[in-house]
Design a binder for this molecule. Sequence first.
Ligand code: PLP
Length: 452
Amino acid sequence: QNTALSNQTKRWQEMDAAHHLHPFTTHKDLATKGARVITHAEGVYLYDSEGKRMLDGMAGLWCVQVGYGREELAQAGYKALKELSYYNNFFQTTNQYAAELSDKLAEVCPKGIDRFFFANSGSEGNDSAVKIIRYYWNLMGKPDKKTIIARKKSYHGVTLAAASLSGLTHLHPQADLPLPGFVHVECPDWFAEGGDMTPEEYGLKAAHSLEEKILELGADNVAAFVAEPVQGAGGLIIPPKGYWEEIQRICRKYDVLLHIDEVICGFGRTGQWFGSDTFGIEPDMINMAKGLSSGYQPLAAVGLGKRVGDVIFNSDEEWSHGFTYSGHPVACAVALANLEVIQKEKLVEKAGGATGAYFQKKLAELADHPLVGETRGVGLLGAIELVKDRKTRAKFDSATDAGTRCRNHCFSNGLVMRAIGDTMVLSPPLTITESEMDNLFGLARHCLDLTA
Ligand code: PLP
């Protein structure tokens, strides 16, 4: 442990190492190194318990669209806590905030998505979506249509069904996943897999792997295709032109539902309200979380289009699903205040306009760095590929740990940039200013120099 740390920080680290099981953490390392204790945050900056300031290039976990410490959201939460700290939405009951948020979402969601089920996390949203998909086909009298196809390198969360949807293979072995009925096809990861093909050719090849899988399984057995518009945690994989058109043609041809996971791409991240808007996708259903409340409260929502929504809303039987906290009044009130800030400050328009353009310009400037094989991005998402050979796109031997070293240099120098293998990823708050972006990309270049 670092003996220069304050006694208070050391106490927190000791309590934490002894008693706190963290998400996605190697606990043996925690016991020796101690966790970084983040104590407060303001705008785009995080502060740790030693007073160190860090520019958060990841908006938490891709979620803090409106920046940290917003008074409007705190006040909305406080008001709702005083008014209706809790009541459930079971058994023909609702609350004013859940009703208003459903109505608001119907206004901003991709065309036709206008009925919403609330959950508390992106994983619960996808788990609920899987149950909705199964229920839909049961109600339609096609109980054999059950297999769900997702993609390699996708991330849809960690509950049993969400982790089974996820194609990142390291999520599977510890819990003997995926469950039966979940299969994975190729994704358009041109940089890693595309070889001599153009990105467009490789995108079509990846799309056709969906058609091949449907034909192999038999269309009568396939319920849905589930995908993120841009794959986030799999390394920011941005589909080329033509990919989504072909995927939608295939889904329509074989009567396969299209469930789009907007957990990262929603709420302005890609420069329009939803990734579906940016990439011309017309989903049957979507899942959203993160930017829905900017992470100020745990909240997710599954949105249904007419096709699925009508069948479930017109069923005579009770839908046997829902969480104690589905449509929690405080979470919904905070989400409403968050959407109001997003609209009032035109954050979606800015991500698709001047802010996004400046971010992409600064990102592209890093492409000349000797360590960088490619930069790519859309809206306020960006990736920097660290490579051994810029010409062949050959990656480093994993033992060089280039991504981890770069991320650690970033931490030491006051920048949070995530490493997914050797892909460095950025997803800052949508409120980020030009001078904050100058700071971000200046630090990023300095840390690339230190990593080289
Ligand atoms: N879906 C996508 C696309 C995600 O990126 C994530 C989380 O990063 C999830 C689902 C899971 O969300 P949660 O961590 O809130 O369960």
